[in-house]
Structure formats: structure tokens, C-alpha cells
Design a protein. Structure first.
Length: 113
């Protein structure tokens, strides 16, 4: 992990961001979080409510290779449901799991399709 400015060099805001190697080390935890989210969605009835959105997921601050500024990047994608309301209602157990493993992440509602 690395401290970096957000979005552009010279930004006054800095964050601790993950790098490619960090994500690779966390792959098992990330895959488990995805399974937890999917299971919670199924447990809540597999509903598809809300606006059709692409890019929904769980994101962290990330520094891409050869970049100096951090940007939000999805580490878990929500490809099993289109509706953003259903996705948001079911994400909390996965976020709690990531937090318990020291991963600071948040839900990303994506973009309206």
C-alpha cells in the first residue's frame, strides 16, 4: 500500500491506496466477499429492484502501475443483478467481512444504463 494524492498529482487530498501486488495477496478474501454478497442477495429473495446500473461493485483506492495518483477501483463486481437498489440492500455483509480483514472499502453504485 502506498500514500498517494487522489485523482491527480498535486491534489491536496491523499489516501492510502492499494497496488496490484496488494490486491493479488488479498485475492482469496476478495473472492469470499463476492460470494458473501451473492449469497446475501439470494437470501433476500434474488430481487432485481432499482435502476439498471453498470459498474456496480465494492471499491477501494487503487494506484495503477506507472501511475502516481490513486483512483477508486472495483475489487468486487456485482454482475448477478442489474438493479442498484437490490445491490445496495445486500452488500453490507460483504463490506463487513472486508472491514474485519482490515480492508477499507465502500459500495459503488456505478452508472445508470
Amino acid at each position: 500500500m502506498k500514500t498517494a494524492p487522489t485523482f491527480y498529482l498535486g491534489s491536496p487530498e491523499t489516501v492510502t491506496a492499494y497496488q496490484r501486488e496488494d490486491i493479488a495477496k488479498l485475492r482469496d478474501i476478495i473472492e469470499t466477499a463476492e460470494a458473501i454478497w451473492f449469497t446475501e442477495w439470494q437470501n433476500q429473495g434474488s430481487k432485481d429492484e432499482g435502476t439498471c446500473c453498470g459498474g456496480k461493485g465494492i471499491e477501494v483506492w487503487f494506484i495503477a502501475p506507472r501511475k502516481r495518483a490513486a483512483k477508486p477501483s472495483n475489487i468486487v463486481r456485482c454482475g448477478w443483478v442489474q438493479g442498484n437498489i437490490s445491490a445496495q440492500r445486500t452488500v453490507k455483509p460483504a463490506l463487513d467481512y472486508l472491514k474485519a480483514h482490515g480492508i477499507e472499502a465502500r459500495y459503488n453504485d456505478g452508472w445508470m444504463d
